[in-house]
Design a protein around this ligand. Structure first.
Ligand code: GTP
Ligand code: MG
Length: 138
């Protein structure tokens, strides 16, 4: 059993899509073992996305992520990291497979509804960034 970190981004919370997105995750066999709504500061967004600080979209990304509420979650399940990314679809919604969260709910490559960890090491770091051990109830 594996854990991954997921975010429902400000474009999706603004459009009231939280429940629909969680339904997609649960229907894929992922269990929500921690969840909270946060309105991150620019500094928190910059720290969370520090790995992208040299990328041209870093400023736009961190401004967007601190522009409204986000739902941060820990998901648990068999191959949770890969399964979550499969359900999310490609980063750019124009390239996302039909039936994926991004194909159905994302607006652009920046405002793309969800985030999911890409590897076991990043999942561990991203979970620890937002949650303490007692907040995760498996
Ligand atoms: P994540 O699960 O969000 O990490 O998606 P990813 O791993 O497929 O994408 P990547 O790590 O390369 O980029 C992280 C996030 O930066 C993406 O989800 C987008 O929100 C944002 N991003 C990536 N490329 C662009 C871009 O060209 N323009 C803008 N504005 N944002 C981008
Ligand atoms: Mg990524």
């Amino acid at each position: 059993i594996e854990r991954t970190f997921s975010m429902i981004k400000p474009d999706a919370t603004k459009r009231n899509l939280t429940g629909k997105i969680v339904d997609r995750l649960e229907s894929a066999g992922l269990r929500v073992v921690a969840s909270k709504r946060v309105y991150m500061s620019k500094a928190q967004a910059e720290a969370f996305y520090a790995v992208h600080r040299e990328r041209p979209f870093y400023g736009e990304l961190t401004a967007f992520m601190s522009s409204g509420p986000t739902v941060v979650q820990v998901l648990e399940g068999e191959d949770a990291i890969a399964k979550n990314r499969e359900v999310m679809g490609a980063t750019n919604p124009a390239e996302a497979a039909p039936g994926t969260i991004r194909a159905d709910f994302a607006q652009s490559i920046g405002e793309n509804a969800v985030h999911g960890s890409d590897a076991p090491e990043t999942a561990k770091e991203e979970i620890a960034f937002w949650f303490s051990g007692v907040e995760i109830v498996g």
